[in-house]
Design a protein. Structure first.
Length: 398
Protein backbone atom coordinates (compact mmCIF):
# COMPACT_ATOMS: atom_id res chain seq x y z
CA UNK A 1 0.00 0.00 0.00
CA UNK A 2 1.36 3.45 -0.89
CA UNK A 3 1.91 6.05 1.79
CA UNK A 4 -0.96 8.57 2.03
CA UNK A 5 0.07 12.01 0.81
CA UNK A 6 -3.15 13.98 1.21
CA UNK A 7 -3.87 16.73 3.73
CA UNK A 8 -3.67 15.96 7.41
CA UNK A 9 -7.29 15.15 8.39
CA UNK A 10 -6.93 16.31 12.00
CA UNK A 11 -7.57 19.89 13.13
CA UNK A 12 -6.01 20.70 16.53
CA UNK A 13 -6.28 24.49 16.21
CA UNK A 14 -8.14 26.76 18.61
CA UNK A 15 -11.89 26.76 17.83
CA UNK A 16 -11.20 24.83 14.63
CA UNK A 17 -14.04 22.46 13.67
CA UNK A 18 -12.91 18.86 13.18
CA UNK A 19 -13.69 17.01 9.98
CA UNK A 20 -16.02 14.83 12.02
CA UNK A 21 -17.86 16.27 15.02
CA UNK A 22 -18.53 13.38 17.36
CA UNK A 23 -20.81 13.10 20.36
CA UNK A 24 -22.55 16.47 20.30
CA UNK A 25 -25.81 15.42 18.63
CA UNK A 26 -27.90 15.68 21.86
CA UNK A 27 -26.84 19.31 22.44
CA UNK A 28 -27.61 20.22 18.83
CA UNK A 29 -31.04 18.59 18.99
CA UNK A 30 -31.87 20.45 22.19
CA UNK A 31 -30.77 23.75 20.66
CA UNK A 32 -33.01 23.19 17.65
CA UNK A 33 -35.97 22.47 19.93
CA UNK A 34 -35.14 25.57 21.96
CA UNK A 35 -35.36 27.78 18.88
CA UNK A 36 -38.59 26.09 17.80
CA UNK A 37 -40.21 27.01 21.12
CA UNK A 38 -39.45 30.74 20.83
CA UNK A 39 -40.67 33.34 21.47
CA UNK A 40 -43.24 31.83 23.85
CA UNK A 41 -40.36 30.16 25.70
CA UNK A 42 -37.20 32.32 25.64
CA UNK A 43 -34.48 30.57 23.61
CA UNK A 44 -31.43 31.10 25.80
CA UNK A 45 -28.63 28.63 26.38
CA UNK A 46 -25.60 28.70 28.69
CA UNK A 47 -22.81 26.51 27.33
CA UNK A 48 -19.94 25.81 29.74
CA UNK A 49 -16.98 23.46 30.00
CA UNK A 50 -13.22 23.27 30.43
CA UNK A 51 -10.81 24.43 27.77
CA UNK A 52 -10.24 21.89 25.03
CA UNK A 53 -13.68 20.22 25.21
CA UNK A 54 -14.92 21.89 22.02
CA UNK A 55 -17.21 24.62 23.38
CA UNK A 56 -16.36 27.12 20.64
CA UNK A 57 -16.74 24.45 17.96
CA UNK A 58 -20.19 23.59 19.31
CA UNK A 59 -21.11 27.28 19.40
CA UNK A 60 -20.22 27.52 15.71
CA UNK A 61 -22.52 24.56 15.11
CA UNK A 62 -25.25 26.43 17.00
CA UNK A 63 -24.76 29.34 14.63
CA UNK A 64 -25.02 27.07 11.59
CA UNK A 65 -28.02 25.29 13.08
CA UNK A 66 -29.79 28.59 13.76
CA UNK A 67 -29.21 29.73 10.18
CA UNK A 68 -30.56 26.46 8.79
CA UNK A 69 -33.65 26.90 10.96
CA UNK A 70 -34.27 30.33 9.43
CA UNK A 71 -32.85 32.55 12.17
CA UNK A 72 -30.50 35.48 11.56
CA UNK A 73 -27.41 34.84 13.67
CA UNK A 74 -24.30 36.69 14.82
CA UNK A 75 -21.43 35.12 16.75
CA UNK A 76 -19.10 37.37 18.75
CA UNK A 77 -15.75 36.52 20.33
CA UNK A 78 -15.42 38.40 23.61
CA UNK A 79 -12.14 39.56 25.14
CA UNK A 80 -11.27 40.89 28.61
CA UNK A 81 -11.28 44.46 27.23
CA UNK A 82 -15.03 44.12 26.63
CA UNK A 83 -15.75 43.81 30.36
CA UNK A 84 -17.35 47.22 30.84
CA UNK A 85 -20.80 48.58 30.14
CA UNK A 86 -19.58 50.92 27.41
CA UNK A 87 -17.34 48.33 25.73
CA UNK A 88 -19.92 45.52 25.57
CA UNK A 89 -22.63 47.92 24.41
CA UNK A 90 -20.40 49.37 21.68
CA UNK A 91 -19.31 45.91 20.54
CA UNK A 92 -22.81 44.45 20.35
CA UNK A 93 -24.22 47.53 18.64
CA UNK A 94 -21.41 47.52 16.07
CA UNK A 95 -21.85 43.84 15.20
CA UNK A 96 -25.63 44.09 15.18
CA UNK A 97 -25.54 47.18 12.96
CA UNK A 98 -23.36 45.32 10.45
CA UNK A 99 -25.77 42.37 10.49
CA UNK A 100 -28.77 44.65 9.96
CA UNK A 101 -27.04 46.25 6.97
CA UNK A 102 -26.21 42.81 5.58
CA UNK A 103 -29.80 41.60 5.95
CA UNK A 104 -31.15 44.79 4.38
CA UNK A 105 -28.76 44.56 1.43
CA UNK A 106 -29.61 40.93 0.87
CA UNK A 107 -33.29 41.75 0.85
CA UNK A 108 -32.81 44.55 -1.70
CA UNK A 109 -30.82 42.24 -3.97
CA UNK A 110 -33.49 39.55 -3.80
CA UNK A 111 -36.18 42.13 -4.49
CA UNK A 112 -34.37 43.42 -7.58
CA UNK A 113 -33.76 39.90 -8.90
CA UNK A 114 -37.27 38.65 -8.17
CA UNK A 115 -39.00 41.91 -9.05
CA UNK A 116 -40.78 42.09 -5.69
CA UNK A 117 -39.94 42.11 -2.00
CA UNK A 118 -40.52 38.80 -0.26
CA UNK A 119 -43.26 38.95 2.35
CA UNK A 120 -42.05 38.59 5.90
CA UNK A 121 -43.06 35.46 7.80
CA UNK A 122 -44.26 37.58 10.68
CA UNK A 123 -43.63 41.12 11.88
CA UNK A 124 -42.92 42.70 15.21
CA UNK A 125 -46.32 43.59 16.63
CA UNK A 126 -45.02 46.17 19.08
CA UNK A 127 -42.94 49.30 18.65
CA UNK A 128 -39.86 50.21 20.59
CA UNK A 129 -41.86 53.00 22.22
CA UNK A 130 -44.09 50.31 23.73
CA UNK A 131 -41.04 49.08 25.65
CA UNK A 132 -40.08 52.43 27.16
CA UNK A 133 -42.13 51.78 30.29
CA UNK A 134 -40.42 48.43 30.83
CA UNK A 135 -37.05 50.14 30.34
CA UNK A 136 -37.85 53.04 32.67
CA UNK A 137 -35.15 53.42 35.28
CA UNK A 138 -32.57 51.50 33.29
CA UNK A 139 -29.24 53.00 32.31
CA UNK A 140 -28.69 54.83 29.05
CA UNK A 141 -26.40 52.01 27.93
CA UNK A 142 -29.04 49.37 28.58
CA UNK A 143 -31.65 51.39 26.67
CA UNK A 144 -29.32 51.81 23.68
CA UNK A 145 -28.44 48.11 23.77
CA UNK A 146 -32.11 47.13 23.91
CA UNK A 147 -32.89 49.46 20.98
CA UNK A 148 -30.10 47.91 18.92
CA UNK A 149 -31.35 44.37 19.59
CA UNK A 150 -34.94 45.44 18.91
CA UNK A 151 -33.89 46.80 15.51
CA UNK A 152 -32.05 43.54 14.78
CA UNK A 153 -35.14 41.45 15.51
CA UNK A 154 -37.30 43.83 13.49
CA UNK A 155 -34.98 43.65 10.47
CA UNK A 156 -34.67 39.87 10.80
CA UNK A 157 -38.43 39.44 10.61
CA UNK A 158 -38.77 42.00 7.81
CA UNK A 159 -36.29 39.97 5.76
CA UNK A 160 -38.10 36.68 6.24
CA UNK A 161 -36.20 35.22 9.20
CA UNK A 162 -37.76 33.52 12.20
CA UNK A 163 -35.91 35.73 14.64
CA UNK A 164 -32.49 36.95 15.72
CA UNK A 165 -29.94 34.97 17.74
CA UNK A 166 -26.77 36.35 19.31
CA UNK A 167 -23.99 33.94 20.30
CA UNK A 168 -21.22 35.18 22.60
CA UNK A 169 -18.03 33.15 23.02
CA UNK A 170 -15.65 33.48 26.00
CA UNK A 171 -18.58 35.02 27.86
CA UNK A 172 -16.97 34.33 31.25
CA UNK A 173 -14.96 37.53 30.76
CA UNK A 174 -18.15 39.49 31.50
CA UNK A 175 -18.65 39.89 35.24
CA UNK A 176 -20.25 42.55 37.38
CA UNK A 177 -18.40 44.51 40.02
CA UNK A 178 -19.51 43.80 43.57
CA UNK A 179 -19.78 47.53 44.22
CA UNK A 180 -23.19 48.96 43.29
CA UNK A 181 -21.49 52.00 41.79
CA UNK A 182 -19.11 49.89 39.68
CA UNK A 183 -19.40 48.35 36.22
CA UNK A 184 -22.19 45.85 35.56
CA UNK A 185 -21.86 44.81 31.89
CA UNK A 186 -23.35 41.33 32.35
CA UNK A 187 -26.41 42.61 34.20
CA UNK A 188 -26.94 45.25 31.52
CA UNK A 189 -26.83 42.67 28.73
CA UNK A 190 -29.09 40.17 30.49
CA UNK A 191 -31.62 42.81 31.48
CA UNK A 192 -31.85 44.18 27.94
CA UNK A 193 -32.39 40.72 26.44
CA UNK A 194 -34.89 39.77 29.14
CA UNK A 195 -36.95 42.92 28.55
CA UNK A 196 -37.28 42.19 24.82
CA UNK A 197 -38.08 38.54 25.37
CA UNK A 198 -40.78 39.37 27.92
CA UNK A 199 -42.34 41.59 25.26
CA UNK A 200 -42.62 38.52 23.00
CA UNK A 201 -39.81 39.23 20.55
CA UNK A 202 -38.09 36.20 18.93
CA UNK A 203 -34.66 37.03 20.30
CA UNK A 204 -32.30 34.24 21.39
CA UNK A 205 -29.07 34.44 23.36
CA UNK A 206 -26.32 31.82 23.64
CA UNK A 207 -23.49 32.39 26.11
CA UNK A 208 -20.42 30.15 25.92
CA UNK A 209 -17.56 30.05 28.39
CA UNK A 210 -15.68 28.47 31.27
CA UNK A 211 -17.53 27.13 34.34
CA UNK A 212 -17.19 30.54 36.02
CA UNK A 213 -19.82 31.83 33.59
CA UNK A 214 -22.59 30.17 35.62
CA UNK A 215 -21.42 31.89 38.81
CA UNK A 216 -21.13 35.26 37.07
CA UNK A 217 -24.69 34.96 35.77
CA UNK A 218 -26.07 34.06 39.17
CA UNK A 219 -24.38 37.09 40.73
CA UNK A 220 -25.58 39.36 37.94
CA UNK A 221 -29.25 38.46 38.00
CA UNK A 222 -30.97 36.17 40.48
CA UNK A 223 -33.43 34.99 37.81
CA UNK A 224 -30.69 33.94 35.39
CA UNK A 225 -30.88 30.26 36.38
CA UNK A 226 -34.46 30.24 35.05
CA UNK A 227 -33.56 32.24 31.95
CA UNK A 228 -31.03 29.84 30.43
CA UNK A 229 -30.97 26.24 29.33
CA UNK A 230 -27.79 24.93 30.98
CA UNK A 231 -25.47 22.81 28.84
CA UNK A 232 -22.22 21.67 30.44
CA UNK A 233 -20.09 19.65 28.05
CA UNK A 234 -17.24 17.41 29.04
CA UNK A 235 -14.83 15.03 27.35
CA UNK A 236 -16.10 12.54 24.80
CA UNK A 237 -16.93 9.13 26.21
CA UNK A 238 -16.96 5.62 24.89
CA UNK A 239 -14.54 3.15 23.35
CA UNK A 240 -16.33 2.24 21.14
CA UNK A 241 -18.27 5.47 21.12
CA UNK A 242 -17.86 9.18 20.30
CA UNK A 243 -14.23 9.38 21.46
CA UNK A 244 -13.17 6.52 19.19
CA UNK A 245 -15.22 7.95 16.32
CA UNK A 246 -13.56 11.35 16.74
CA UNK A 247 -10.15 9.74 16.34
CA UNK A 248 -10.91 7.08 13.70
CA UNK A 249 -13.49 8.64 11.40
CA UNK A 250 -11.15 11.33 9.95
CA UNK A 251 -8.93 8.53 8.61
CA UNK A 252 -11.68 7.05 6.45
CA UNK A 253 -10.82 7.28 2.77
CA UNK A 254 -7.32 8.62 3.39
CA UNK A 255 -5.40 5.38 2.89
CA UNK A 256 -4.10 5.64 6.45
CA UNK A 257 -5.26 3.28 9.20
CA UNK A 258 -4.69 2.86 12.93
CA UNK A 259 -4.17 -0.37 14.84
CA UNK A 260 -6.71 -1.16 17.53
CA UNK A 261 -4.13 -1.13 20.30
CA UNK A 262 -2.89 2.28 19.13
CA UNK A 263 -6.40 3.72 19.27
CA UNK A 264 -6.92 2.25 22.74
CA UNK A 265 -3.61 3.74 23.89
CA UNK A 266 -4.40 7.21 22.52
CA UNK A 267 -7.90 7.32 23.99
CA UNK A 268 -6.58 6.26 27.38
CA UNK A 269 -3.94 8.99 27.24
CA UNK A 270 -6.13 11.88 26.08
CA UNK A 271 -9.11 11.01 28.34
CA UNK A 272 -11.65 11.94 25.68
CA UNK A 273 -10.78 15.61 25.31
CA UNK A 274 -11.48 16.64 21.70
CA UNK A 275 -8.52 19.02 21.34
CA UNK A 276 -6.12 16.32 22.53
CA UNK A 277 -7.67 13.76 20.18
CA UNK A 278 -7.03 16.11 17.27
CA UNK A 279 -3.49 16.91 18.43
CA UNK A 280 -2.45 13.27 18.88
CA UNK A 281 -3.99 12.41 15.51
CA UNK A 282 -2.28 15.29 13.72
CA UNK A 283 1.14 14.40 15.11
CA UNK A 284 0.71 10.71 14.33
CA UNK A 285 -0.30 11.55 10.76
CA UNK A 286 2.74 13.74 10.15
CA UNK A 287 5.08 11.17 11.69
CA UNK A 288 3.59 8.29 9.67
CA UNK A 289 3.74 10.21 6.38
CA UNK A 290 7.32 11.31 7.05
CA UNK A 291 8.32 7.71 7.86
CA UNK A 292 6.57 6.31 4.79
CA UNK A 293 4.02 4.38 6.86
CA UNK A 294 0.35 3.76 6.16
CA UNK A 295 -0.67 2.78 9.70
CA UNK A 296 -0.55 4.39 13.12
CA UNK A 297 1.03 1.98 15.59
CA UNK A 298 1.92 1.97 19.29
CA UNK A 299 5.58 1.81 18.31
CA UNK A 300 5.22 5.00 16.29
CA UNK A 301 3.44 6.73 19.16
CA UNK A 302 6.14 5.81 21.65
CA UNK A 303 8.75 7.45 19.44
CA UNK A 304 6.90 10.75 18.99
CA UNK A 305 4.92 11.13 22.21
CA UNK A 306 7.58 13.29 23.92
CA UNK A 307 7.31 15.68 20.97
CA UNK A 308 3.51 15.65 21.29
CA UNK A 309 3.75 16.70 24.92
CA UNK A 310 6.30 19.36 24.01
CA UNK A 311 3.90 20.85 21.47
CA UNK A 312 0.98 20.55 23.91
CA UNK A 313 2.92 22.37 26.61
CA UNK A 314 4.03 25.18 24.30
CA UNK A 315 0.77 25.73 22.42
CA UNK A 316 -1.93 24.87 24.95
CA UNK A 317 -0.55 25.34 28.46
CA UNK A 318 2.42 27.72 28.56
CA UNK A 319 0.48 30.81 27.52
CA UNK A 320 -1.79 30.45 30.53
CA UNK A 321 1.25 30.86 32.77
CA UNK A 322 3.35 33.37 30.81
CA UNK A 323 0.66 36.07 30.88
CA UNK A 324 0.48 36.00 34.70
CA UNK A 325 2.36 38.31 37.05
CA UNK A 326 5.41 36.87 38.85
CA UNK A 327 3.43 36.54 42.10
CA UNK A 328 0.59 34.76 40.32
CA UNK A 329 3.06 32.43 38.60
CA UNK A 330 4.77 31.61 41.90
CA UNK A 331 1.51 30.65 43.55
CA UNK A 332 0.31 28.67 40.56
CA UNK A 333 3.53 26.68 40.34
CA UNK A 334 3.30 25.99 44.08
CA UNK A 335 0.02 24.17 43.45
CA UNK A 336 1.97 21.48 41.59
CA UNK A 337 3.06 20.17 45.00
CA UNK A 338 -0.53 19.90 46.25
CA UNK A 339 -2.86 16.95 46.01
CA UNK A 340 -5.25 17.18 43.06
CA UNK A 341 -8.14 17.05 42.36
CA UNK A 342 -9.45 19.25 43.83
CA UNK A 343 -7.13 22.11 44.70
CA UNK A 344 -7.59 23.31 48.29
CA UNK A 345 -6.31 26.61 49.63
CA UNK A 346 -5.47 24.86 52.89
CA UNK A 347 -2.95 22.71 51.00
CA UNK A 348 -1.50 25.73 49.23
CA UNK A 349 -0.87 27.49 52.53
CA UNK A 350 1.27 24.55 53.63
CA UNK A 351 3.43 24.90 50.51
CA UNK A 352 3.67 28.66 50.14
CA UNK A 353 5.41 31.33 52.19
CA UNK A 354 2.72 33.86 51.27
CA UNK A 355 0.22 35.10 53.84
CA UNK A 356 -3.33 33.77 53.92
CA UNK A 357 -4.65 37.11 52.71
CA UNK A 358 -2.20 37.23 49.82
CA UNK A 359 -3.05 33.67 48.81
CA UNK A 360 -6.77 34.49 48.76
CA UNK A 361 -6.16 37.58 46.63
CA UNK A 362 -3.94 35.69 44.19
CA UNK A 363 -6.39 32.80 43.90
CA UNK A 364 -9.09 35.32 43.06
CA UNK A 365 -6.88 36.84 40.39
CA UNK A 366 -6.09 33.41 38.93
CA UNK A 367 -9.83 32.77 38.72
CA UNK A 368 -10.37 36.11 36.99
CA UNK A 369 -7.64 35.17 34.49
CA UNK A 370 -9.51 31.94 33.72
CA UNK A 371 -6.72 29.65 34.96
CA UNK A 372 -8.75 28.13 37.80
CA UNK A 373 -12.37 28.24 38.85
CA UNK A 374 -13.97 28.06 42.26
CA UNK A 375 -15.96 24.92 43.04
CA UNK A 376 -16.85 26.06 46.55
CA UNK A 377 -15.23 28.11 49.28
CA UNK A 378 -11.56 27.16 49.48
CA UNK A 379 -11.85 24.55 46.73
CA UNK A 380 -10.77 25.09 43.12
CA UNK A 381 -10.07 23.23 39.90
CA UNK A 382 -8.02 24.12 36.84
CA UNK A 383 -9.91 25.28 33.74
CA UNK A 384 -7.68 23.30 31.36
CA UNK A 385 -7.71 19.48 31.45
CA UNK A 386 -4.49 17.77 32.60
CA UNK A 387 -3.11 21.17 33.59
CA UNK A 388 -1.92 19.75 36.91
CA UNK A 389 0.31 17.27 35.07
CA UNK A 390 1.72 20.14 33.02
CA UNK A 391 2.59 22.12 36.15
CA UNK A 392 4.34 19.06 37.58
CA UNK A 393 6.37 18.73 34.36
CA UNK A 394 7.21 22.43 34.37
CA UNK A 395 8.35 22.46 37.98
CA UNK A 396 10.45 19.33 37.44
CA UNK A 397 12.18 20.97 34.48
CA UNK A 398 13.18 24.08 36.42
Amino acid sequence: MSTPTGKNPYRPGASTPPLYLAGREPELRRFTRLLAGAPEIPANVRLTGLRGVGKSVLLKEYESQASSEGWAAVRIQLEPRHNSETSIADLVQSVVRAKINSMSLGNRVRARVAGAVESARRLVTISYEDLTIALAGSTQGQQELAKSLFDAVDEALETGHEGFVMLLDEAQVLRDDADRSGEHPLSMLIAAVNTLQEAGLPLALALCGLPTLAVNLQKARTYSERMFRAEHIGPLSGNPGPARDAFSRPLEGTGMSASDDLVDRVLSEVEGYPFFIQLWGAELWEAAVNAGLSEFTVELLEVIEPEIYSRLDKEFYAGRVETLTPSEQDLLLATAACAYPPLRTADIRDRSSKSDGNINVLMGRLAEQGVIYRVQKGVYEYTAPKFYEYLVRRVAAQ
